[in-house]
Ligand binder design. Sequence first.
Ligand code: SF4
Length: 375
Amino acid sequence: MPRYPRADGRLDFKSLTLDEIESEIAGLGSEKFRALQAYKWVWQRGATTFAEMKNILTSVRAAMDERFYIPVLACDGVLESADGTTKFLWRTDDGYAIESVLIPDGDRLTLCVSSQVGCAMACTFCLTGDLGLKRHLRPSEIANQPLQIRAGLAPGTRITNIVMMGMGEPLHNFDNLVAALRTYLSADALGFSHRRVTVSTVGLVPAMQKLTELLPVNLAVSLNATTEEQRLAVMPITRKHSMAELLEACRTLPIMHHKRITFEYVMMADFNDAMEDAARLFLLLGGMKTKVNLIPYNENPSRDIKRPSDQRVYDFQTFLVERGVQCSVRHTRGIDISAACGQLGKADSRSATDWFSRNRVIGPRGDGAIGCASG
Ligand code: SF4
């Protein structure tokens, strides 16, 4: 795993695994258990300096400080929607802007996390695709999003679910994603249940197979079409991995023994919202333990794509439900702050609120934004 050294040679503590930290600390001449102590300080208590780790000897803290740095994302602002959705605008230490979106829904509080700056997948309906890929996020940058937001929540409130559906294709940044997921799932770090963590993908078949062999997280596949031609028209990845190959892989994933795979379906008017599409989708998913999540397209001025009528969406859903398919409609959230699916990447931080200072302040502030939503 890359260690992301700074110019002064110090390593990114939050991008290292506990094993790697243990071996680094052994190299400093300290006891191995100091690594776990520092790891818990950082991931469970949100420490941003070694100086605050009071149960570690001063000399060991000083040695750690010479060997590692503890990165935080600078918060450029927080946008709050009338419907309770909150978008966080972050700045990486090399100046890139990324976003996370916090979505309350009943007793759930779901955080949508970014995995890349921009995206190489170029799905035609998605604003992040327009940016191209700037760079992969480091493990620390992926895991800092829930860590820093969690620390700013009001007492008694907690993030219940993580979805890797923000900016970027998570499986394109495979090694860093897996490292960050391990941090999410570790009882010594963020401690999320694997049932509460979902990775969304356009369908990078080999990486899907590898991920499900490594970790028991949920998988969501962004399908968005019912024929190869239709999918190719909106998702260039279809040229590399056909829909037939993708669906065959889904049928044989190890995860299928104990979980349902979710298929995301962005509904675009007069493109993929006909009853013929519903019928084809039903046949395509036959024999799989699945959930279908219909996402009525969120219009924006840069695209000539229309949202289907509510009736059309209802009929499509009803067709599937009547045939035994578990199918829900994702209600649009955060549209007034450009936090809805497919809308990320056009945030304006001028309307940012003082969310952190109303709760607990973390990190420096600045200006700017960006982001996306995979289906
Ligand atoms: S939908 Fe997801 S994979 Fe497609 S371009 Fe947007 S961020 Fe990338």
